[in-house]
Ligand binder design. Structure first.
Ligand code: C2E
Ligand code: MG
Ligand code: MG
Ligand code: MG
Length: 288
């Protein structure tokens, strides 16, 4: 009868669902909870200009302090948030939190916020951005949105339309993780980005015998010809920093200067004697 069928279905479901899927499902439920109970935090990683060594912006990066599992990487929970649609709530929260935080920073420091391709498809992105700027009082020119090539791959025309709406608001647009997607160079011609962030994989191999330094050089040249700046991601050594400076890259971001740190620490850094030295144009690498 109906009862027996139900039990059979249930048993099939139990054995068919592997451990990984179960872990994923419980992570999803916990993420839903985390959004409402405040265990998500926005941390900030400074981005440093290679010419004058000043902090030009800080990138907001999500951190989840899980009660049992400790810090969970966004690389683990962002994909789940994207599949379940939770990314819209999450993205909204990060946007508002980061704008409010940056309103307390020195005027010359911008804030960068990552935007998922899923947020582009929700159609309310430009409205949400305008609302976050209005609520925080942050000047539009101090907000930078980081998007990946995935935004442009699907639904080209609609995505371009949203990018143009954002541009009209006066926010800056950066292409993140450049070099990791498909036919990367063609995307540069479709939309006038303000900045290209060169993926960490090229920076890691910069000093090696491979093509990385030629690729970085080519990206820097293309960017310069189209009024875009370049940021090197994942800079960990002085050697990489020096090579990037020689290649003409605009900015660097990486553990060499600082990882992402909590909001209160970023505020302290930007307002500290070290931060003041940064504002005065002294090297952030000099110890005071
Ligand atoms: P991303 O936007 O490319 O961010 C840069 C990642 O590189 C960050 O990882 C950062 O901590 C890491 N990183 C920075 N410097 C170094 C370095 O010198 N060495 C190494 N090994 N890593 C470095 P994180 O914070 O784990 O974030 C991973 C990704 O998760 C981000 O990559 C971004 O795609 C996504 N993500 C983080 N926060 C958000 C968010 O608020 N919204 C969305 N949609 N995605 C986010
Ligand atoms: Mg990013
Ligand atoms: Mg990146
Ligand atoms: Mg990256």
């Amino acid at each position: 009868g109906a009862k027996g069928d139900g039990r059979r279905t249930y048993r099939f479901f139990e054995t068919g669902m592997d451990a990984r899927a179960k872990a994923r499902r419980s992570l999803e439920l916990e993420l839903r909870q985390a959004i409402s109970d405040g265990s998500l935090e926005a941390w900030y990683q400074p981005v440093v200009n290679l010419e004058d060594n000043k902090v030009s912006s800080c990138e907001a990066l999500l951190r989840w302090r899980h009660p049992e599992r400790g810090m969970i990487s966004p690389a683990e929970f962002i994909p789940i948030a994207e599949e379940t649609g939770l990314i819209n709530q999450l993205g909204h929260w990060v946007l508002n939190t980061a704008c409010a935080e940056a309103a307390n920073w020195p005027d010359e420091v911008r804030v960068a916020v990552n935007v998922s391709p899923v947020q582009f498809r929700s159609q309310t992105l430009a409205l949400n951005v305008a609302a976050a700027l209005a609520a925080s009082g942050l000047a539009a020119g101090r907000l930078e949105l980081e998007i990946t090539e995935a935004v442009l791959i699907r639904d080209d025309e609609a995505a371009l339309e949203v990018l143009h709406q954002l541009r009209k608001l006066g926010v800056r647009i950066a292409l993140d993780d450049f070099g990791t997607g498909y036919s990367s160079l063609s995307y540069l011609l479709r939309f006038p980005f303000d900045k290209i962030k060169i993926d960490r994989s090229f920076i890691r191999d910069l000093a090696g015998a491979g093509a990385s330094s030629s690729i970085v050089q080519a990206v820097v040249n293309i960017a310069a010809a189209s009024d875009m700046t370049t940021t090197a991601e994942g800079v960990e050594t002085e050697q990489q920093r020096n090579l990037l400076h020689i290649l003409g890259c605009t900015e660097m971001q990486g553990f060499l200067f600082s990882p992402a740190i909590p909001a209160a620490e970023i505020r302290r850094l930007l307002l500290s004697p070290r931060g003041k030295a940064v504002s005065a144009g002294h090297s952030v690498f000099e110890r005071s």
